[in-house]
Design a protein around this ligand. Structure first.
Ligand code: HEM
Length: 529
């Protein structure tokens, strides 16, 4: 009896267990469906309403991609042909943001996938965003593989940022930069020799100066970062360049969590490059550490200064946590390439293109260089007398700012002016669009007029945060002086030996990749002087 009773009970228990299992699976399934629907639809729609209710205009949220597809489509269209020779370039460089800000107003919102992007154009609010680096942090999320290009100072927050910035700062003091001038001479001398060779048969000839300037600015970083390990540095740079292309591709698509582990061709190559780059930098650092421990005096390259500064912090504070680990030093070295090479190369290429177009300014700049240095190498003291070149650079960095936008992200609900921004919002400052804003700069905004800066930057901007080629606030570019010094020396040396004008084959096509570059090169007619 007992047996038959229990036989009867077990199937019943099994049924109940099965029901619970099915219910459990169904609940888990529904939970994930709910979470995914929330992430892809309900949250963005709620945010859209929240922002609209505050009177902010914006693009309607579109499932999963937000505005990404339209952005890519508009960018491809813009890229498909050059533009006329005008400095009104924002519509080509940032077609989607330019169109949106023109139609919806300078303060509005758009969508990077599921994330809202609030565009900030009011100088007082820009100042607030840039000043509060703890509230407005660098953008997080997306494809983690994009971090393979560079982390380091540009990517850390809070106390970590304070620590890194303190250790790296000495490398960019004017006093230290002075020791880097010979590296600038050698790299620029090599570029000029190459142009001279191209021009051996004729006194003038068309040259696409863009690849030469890219090699110049990467050689400068290799030499100033690694000193005698320059050749190894060069190889690292080539790999980083390939990495940048793969990363731009990854960053411009919607990231499906976990997809970085898929063995796709892109993913595999990105990881391979990362290993090679890290391995090469590590071996340079190890050699240097061994040499330093053996009593060799530190070198005046960025790596040497970084190591000394890090050891000094550890010694003074008596704790390894105050210094940088080898991994962190590797990241800082990678960052020098990423942050310092392309930007400075771009600054120089646009300078040559603009001086090739505006010959009266080229003549004035050359007269100044010859007056200050004659045909001698430009020395650091003389550089401070280059007033014309100063204002040319100011105007150039306004019209053709290498970094076209700054982006931040908030991690809790935050008040900005009259707006309340929900957690996770991206805040975007469209530097290039701001630099081309008529209301700020006047009717002649799209003209190349260096004289507008003759009384200094703050006179033109009336002290407002409206001119941001190097960013602003505490996280302003650490390499600003380095870049200006390098650009001044290079331009002075070029002007001493060549005059140049735009070639008829030059196609005007400014393009953000991710920094502002001439898409079809920089074809100039170069004349030996
Ligand atoms: C014309 C040349 C350059 C331009 C236009 C430029 C532009 C910028 C901008 C706009 C930022 C701020 C980014 C942000 O706030 O999100 C920045 C940051 C930075 N730049 Fe530059 N840069 C240039 C050259 C350099 C050079 C030569 C180096 C180093 C060798 C460098 C290293 C850095 C670093 C490490 C940061 C991060 C600073 C921090 O977060 O504390 N830059 N740069």
């Amino acid at each position: 009896m007992a047996t038959s009773h229990s036989n009867h009970k077990y199937p019943q228990a099994m049924e109940i267990t099965t029901v619970f299992c099915v219910l459990g699976v169904a609940t888990t399934f529904l939970f994930y469906i709910w979470r995914i629907s929330n992430w892809l639809w309900f949250e963005p729609k709620k945010t859209e309403k929240f922002l609209k209710d505050q009177g902010l205009k914006g693009t309607p949220y579109r499932f999963m991609y937000g505005d990404l597809k339209e952005m890519a489509q508009m960018m491809n269209e813009a890229k498909s042909k050059p533009m006329n020779l005008s400095h009104d370039i924002a519509f080509r460089v940032s077609p989607f943001f330019h169109k949106t800000l023109t139609t919806l107003g300078k303060s509005c919102f758009t969508w990077m996938g599921t994330k809202p992007v609030v565009h900030v154009s009011e100088p007082s609010l820009i100042r607030e965003v840039l000043a509060n680096y703890n509230k407005y942090q660098k953008q997080r999320g997306g494809n983690p593989l994009t971090k393979l290009l560079a982390r380091g100072l540009i990517d850390v927050e809070g106390d970590q940022w304070v620590k890194h910035r303190k250790i790296i700062n000495p490398a960019f003091h004017m006093e230290k930069l002075k020791h880097m001038v010979p590296a600038f001479y050698v790299s620029c001398g090599e570029m000029i020799d190459k142009w001279m060779k191209v021009l051996t048969q004729e006194s003038s000839r068309e040259v696409d100066v863009w690849p030469y300037l890219q090699t110049f600015s990467s050689d400068v970083i290799s030499r100033t970062a690694f000193g005698s390990s320059f050749e190894e540095g060069r190889k690292i740079f080539e790999l980083q360049r390939e990495q940048a292309k793969l990363i731009i591709k990854a960053a411009n698509s919607v990231y499906i969590p976990g997809s970085r582990f898929l063995p796709t061709k892109n993913n595999k190559r990105m990881k391979e490059i990362d290993q090679q780059v890290r391995g090469s930098i590590k071996s340079i650092i190890n050699k240097r550490v061994v040499a330093m421990k053996a009593g060799e005096t530190s070198r005046d390259d960025l790596l040497g200064i970084l190591l000394v500064s890090s050891y000094k912090e550890i010694k003074e504070r008596g704790n390894n946590n105050f210094g940088l680990s080898i991994d962190e030093v590797i990241e800082e070295c990678k960052l020098f390439y990423f942050a310092g090479q392309e930007t400075t190369g771009n600054m120089l290429v646009w300078t040559m293109i603009l001086l090739g177009q505006h010959s009266e300014w080229q003549t004035r700049a050359r007269q100044e260089v010859l007056h200050v240095f004659g045909d001698k190498k430009p020395d650091i003291d003389g550089l401070s007398h280059l007033k014309v070149i100063n204002i040319i650079f100011n105007e150039l960095l306004r019209l053709y700012s290498p970094a076209v936008l700054l982006r931040r992200q908030i991690h809790e609900e935050t008040k900005l002016g009259n707006l309340t921004l929900p957690t996770g919002t991206l805040v975007q400052i469209n530097t290039l669009i701001l630099h081309h804003d008529k209301d700020m700069w006047g009717e002649d905004v799209n003209e190349f007029k260096p004289e507008r800066f003759s009384k200094g930057v703050s006179k033109v901007t009336k002290g407002q945060a409206a001119y941001l080629p190097f960013g602003g606030g505490p996280r302003i570019c650490i390499g600003q002086n380095f870049a200006i010094l390098e650009a001044k020396i290079a331009l002075a040396m070029i002007l001493q030996r060549f005059s140049f004008e735009l070639s008829p084959s030059y196609s005007h096509a400014p393009h953000a990749m991710p920094t502002l570059q001439p898409q079809f090169g920089a074809h100039l007619i170069m004349h030996k002087l």
